[in-house]
Design a protein around this ligand. Structure first.
Ligand code: FES
Length: 108
C-alpha cells in the first residue's frame, strides 16, 4: 500500500498507508488527519482540501493544478502557491508511494 506523508503547518507529520485508488483527501479524512477538510466530498466544488505538493513530487502527481482546480483555489483560505493542489483530485497509486503533502495553515 502506498505511504503518504501529511505534514501539518506546524511541521508535525504523519505517514500513513493509503489504499491505491483512493484520493489524497479521503486518505487524510479516513485517518483523522487534521488540516484537510474536504467539505464537498471531492466534487471539486470547494477548496477545503487545499494542499501543497512537495516540490519533488509535483510532476508525479500529474503536474500543477488543472484550470478547474486553479479556479476553485481562488476561494482557498490560505495562500495559493505554484505547488498548490486540491487533494481530492490526486488519486493514490503505487507510483505515489512516498508522496509528501504539506497542509496550509487554514482551509477557510
Ligand atoms: S474536497 Fe472539495 S474540492 Fe476537494
Amino acid at each position: 500500500m502506498p505511504h503518504i506523508t501529511y505534514v501539518a503547518h506546524d511541521g508535525a507529520s504523519q505517514t500513513l498507508d493509503i489504499t491505491a485508488g483512493e484520493n489524497v483527501m479521503h486518505g487524510a479524512l479516513y485517518n483523522g488527519v487534521e488540516g484537510i477538510v474536504g467539505e464537498c466530498g471531492g466534487a471539486l466544488a470547494c477548496a477545503t482540501c487545499h494542499c501543497y505538493i512537495d516540490a519533488a513530487w509535483v510532476d508525479k502527481v500529474g503536474g500543477p493544478a488543472s484550470d478547474a482546480e486553479r479556479d476553485m483555489l481562488g476561494s482557498a483560505g490560505a495562500e495559493v502557491k505554484p505547488e498548490s493542489r486540491l487533494a481530492c483530485q490526486i488519486v493514490v497509486s503505487d507510483a505515489l508511494d512516498g508522496l509528501v503533502v504539506h497542509m496550509p495553515d487554514r482551509q477557510f
